[in-house]
Design a protein around this ligand. Sequence first.
Ligand code: 9D3
Length: 267
Amino acid sequence: MRFDVFTLFPEVFEPYLDLSILARARQKGLLEVRLHNIRDWATDRHKTVDDEPYGGGGGMVMKPEPIFAAVEDVLGRPPQVPVILLTPQGRPFTQAVAWELAQHPHLALIAGRYEGVDERVRQHLVTDEISIGDFVLTGGELPALVVIDAVARLLPGVLGDPDAPRKDSFSHGLLEHPHYTRPAEYRGWRVPDVLLSGHHAEIARWRRRMALRRTWERRPDLLAHADLSDEERALLAQWEAEARAATAADPDAPRPEDPSPHQEPDA
Ligand code: 9D3
């Protein structure tokens, strides 16, 4: 899969793309990322890429000409691949959107700076707009890297385990269960016995239950779409009932979902 990235800061991308899984994917020829500096298409002496907004107000807006010139020089006029603008006004990026994008052999990403891009870029060049969440960044570079990262790991052969992307927690709709590794006891904190027991069926049941519990506590919104058994639905109903009873008994008590205070191990 190929990405063409149009940005004022191509150097931001390189160190991350040169690391670990993405570097290996590129070496294997599974992923190609071409970086293009929009400023290279500015035509005046000062290489101007931004200007004041018509109508006044603060901030600067990215001029249309260098963006059109860059994208059309690289991809043709009109471009024959989806052109995605990273913008706070875009549709929310989710795992489902990552899967959708991973079906394309070739995508263009435009990372904006300043207050945004001239509206004619959206209307006549961009085919899709994506936001990575409801928080304010200084530009679209990190969102573009986020999209590349999330999409690249879904491409066949990029991860060691070919089933890994389908095992992702968001694929089955629950948060992940807790993970532990050696040592079995650290500062007096023990790994749950069931994980040391070797009872694979019991371990699977514990993990599923912990995943369900965490999702219920932290992301109850995910449960609406989760694929749950009757037994799991019953467990949820039981926790709901317990929570209602506990709230009625002591409305000000700390709830189970509150982070536990730091506790020293017994001497
Ligand atoms: C003052 C109004 N702001 C819009 C919410 C202006 C503005 C803030 C931040 C315009 C651009 C930016 C830079 N951010 C992005 O380009 C961006 C972004 C983000 O800030 N959050 C989440 N996803 C994205 S995708 C691109």
